[in-house]
Design a protein around this ligand. Structure first.
Ligand SMILES: [Zn+2]
Length: 233
């Protein structure tokens, strides 16, 4: 599945979990986590023997192991992100070729092999998921959070790359070349993420220098006394 479908599945599972658990949702983080297993497309160039596509980063055992410290620290707040992460492999990739579900215990490949990721059935499913998730993001005002400067927006650089990568491969006969029908949702997300990243970077660059008040500048009471009494010299 491409990023368009993964974003939608990650949002739908994450939003449902956060609503049930009554926890706050961080949309940039949720969208990024929903595509993070596909980082193996980059890692496989660095370490091809370990990181083949849909290998260890897609394993539900590896994903659970990574989430355990967060579950211990942040408890139920982690569950929406855990759900989004699992949705990548168990929903998105399971029906489009499968993955190494139980790595490192088993190197076996689990999933159906019938659905071609480039085929019209998968593309239609991704478009339907996009059409369901997007209005929901607007209705819940989650997507509007991306239009304001926020530190968390910077996480979207990974989501941006996940959309851009397949677009750059259009016309090439690779397994990650973006099907034409997914162009419009891909351009939408590219523009949204680029805007979100740029307003955050702009806010950071134009942040006014912090001006210290007298009390902040002179935490030492004796120094403050000298300053206020003009008797420094
Ligand atoms: Zn994947």
């Amino acid at each position: 599945m491409f990023a368009i479908g993964h974003f939608a599945l990650g949002y739908l599972t994450g939003k449902t979990s956060s609503t049930l658990l009554k926890t706050k949702l961080n949309l940039p983080l949720l969208l990024t986590i929903s595509v993070i297993p596909d980082i193996d497309l980059i890692l496989q160039f660095a370490e091809p023997t370990l990181f083949m596509h849909r290998g260890p980063t897609h394993s539900i055992i590896a994903q659970t192991a990574i989430m355990i410290p967060f579950l211990i620290i942040y408890r139920k707040k982690t569950l929406p992100y855990y759900a989004a992460l699992l949705s990548h492999s168990l929903l998105g990739d399971f029906f489009t070729g499968g993955f190494e579900m139980f790595w490192p215990i088993s190197q076996g490949w689990f999933g159906t092999i019938g659905l071609d990721v480039m085929g019209i059935t998968n593309v239609t499913i991704e478009l339907i998921l996009f059409a369901i998730a997007l209005p929901l993001m607007f209705k819940t005002k989650d997507i509007q959070t991306l239009l304001k400067p926020n530190n968390h927006n910077l996480a979207l650089i990974i989501a941006f790359g996940a959309v851009l990568g397949p677009m750059l491969q259009i016309g090439q006969s690779t397994e990650m070349s973006l099907p034409t029908l997914l162009m419009i949702p891909s351009i939408f997300y590219l523009c949204l993420f680029a805007y979100s990243l740029l307003i955050e970077l702009n806010a950071k660059l134009n942040k006014p220098p912090k001006i210290l008040t007298l009390n902040q500048a002179t935490p030492n009471p004796k120094a403050e006394y000298l300053l206020t009494n003009n008797s420094l010299f």
